[in-house]
Design a protein around this ligand. Structure first.
Ligand SMILES: CC(C)(COP(=O)(O)OP(=O)(O)OC[C@H]1O[C@@H](n2cnc3c(N)ncnc32)[C@H](O)[C@@H]1OP(=O)(O)O)[C@@H](O)C(=O)NCCC(=O)NCCS
Ligand SMILES: [Zn+2]
Length: 291
């Protein structure tokens, strides 16, 4: 049975730094049995970064968008029914969707801040929580001015606990910095309820697309020597600098633009992305854009 203290030791051994900004992507199940459940893991993470450190976690609500961009879109009839019953995003009430039990525990901690974004909100705990989450830009939510962009500029670390790079949002930051055209395709659409009770669906420019192919990045990161590996509980874990991730992604996709797309012909996004990337050339100053 793992405990808060044993997990804290694991995180220290992995190299989680004290006092900085740490972006956490996790799945609770892979840790094995933990005394105290996900809340104990959350406390271990807080102890690892210390009082001066800030944790940042994705609290996305991709369940509250027009299902036409869901990974498995429903039929037209079903889509209409789902949209009719869907509530609008509420930063206080809308639970993060498929972000994991540890993230849920962190989001609900007293003092946690959550950015207001109808699709791509983030929650943060610690002294830099407000700075990272305030005024989340509606457009290009994972860009340089969003929580991940700000964290990266603050030299954040990314920790993956029991999850792969398909959960690594910092990869999307690189796509945004390079102005990759597929970010503009098939925008997610979110619901706005007007004071009169009307329901309007509005697009968000440059929301992120399919990340299934991001698992291919690991080999490049490993070759670049920027992954610190370890375990947290029973879970395989990785620790990386967000800046290293962004740099390696940029090096990969400027050479081979579709390198990080998935290979599923039925994917809602990747076939369109592949077509758009055929006529894309990286901005001439792409190296200067890296944080
Ligand atoms: C989708 C994902 C969350 C699934 O991981 P998971 O480990 O299966 O899911 P959770 O973290 O929710 O953990 C679920 C388990 O915790 C258990 N659990 C949840 N709350 C609990 C509690 N309070 N006490 C005890 N157990 C609890 C559940 O019972 C479940 O266990 P079971 O399957 O044995 O019943 C994970 O794969 C993932 O992708 N995480 C990263 C998300 C992310 O950062 N995305 C951002 C970019 S896309
Ligand atoms: Zn895909």
């Amino acid at each position: 049975m793992h405990t808060e203290t044993s997990l804290y030791t694991d995180l220290q051994r992995l190299g989680v730094p004290r006092g900085g900004v740490v972006i956490v992507h996790s799945g609770y199940r892979s840790l094995g049995p933990v005394e105290g459940g996900p809340a104990a893991v959350a406390r271990a993470l807080l102890r690892a970064v210390g009082d001066g450190g800030t944790l940042l976690v994705p609290t996305f609500t991709t369940n509250l968008i027009d299902p036409y961009t869901w990974p498995e879109p429903p039929s037209a009839e079903e889509r209409a029914r789902i949209m009719e019953e869907m509530p609008a995003f509420d930063p206080e009430q809308s639970a993060p969707h498929k972000m994991g039990a540890i993230t849920l525990a962190l989001w609900r901690l007293p003092g946690a801040r959550r950015s207001v974004h109808p699709v791509s909100s983030w929650a943060a705990v610690g002294p830099r929580a407000e700075e990272l989450t305030v005024d989340h830009p509606r457009e290009d939510p994972e860009g340089i001015d969003g929580p991940v962009g700000r964290a990266c500029r603050a030299d954040a670390w990314v920790v993956l606990i029991g999850v792969d790079h398909d959960a690594n949002t910092s990869i999307h930051l690189a796509e945004s910095l390079l102005e990759m055209p597929h970010l503009e395709a098939l925008p997610d659409r979110y619901l706005v309820v007007t004071p009169e009770g009307g329901r309007e669906w509005r697009p968000v420019a440059k929301t992120t697309k399919c990340s299934d192919g991001f698992v291919k990045l690991e080999a490049y990161l490993a070759r670049a020597g920027v992954i610190r590996g370890g375990t947290v509980g029973d879970a395989p874990a990785q620790l990386l600098r967000a800046r290293d991730i962004v740099r390696v992604v940029a090096e990969v996709v400027t050479r081979d633009p579709p390198a990080l797309l998935c290979d599923d012909p039925e994917c809602v996004h990747c076939p369109t992305s592949r077509a758009l990337l055929r006529s894309w050339t990286p901005p001439a100053d792409w190296r200067a854009r890296l944080p």
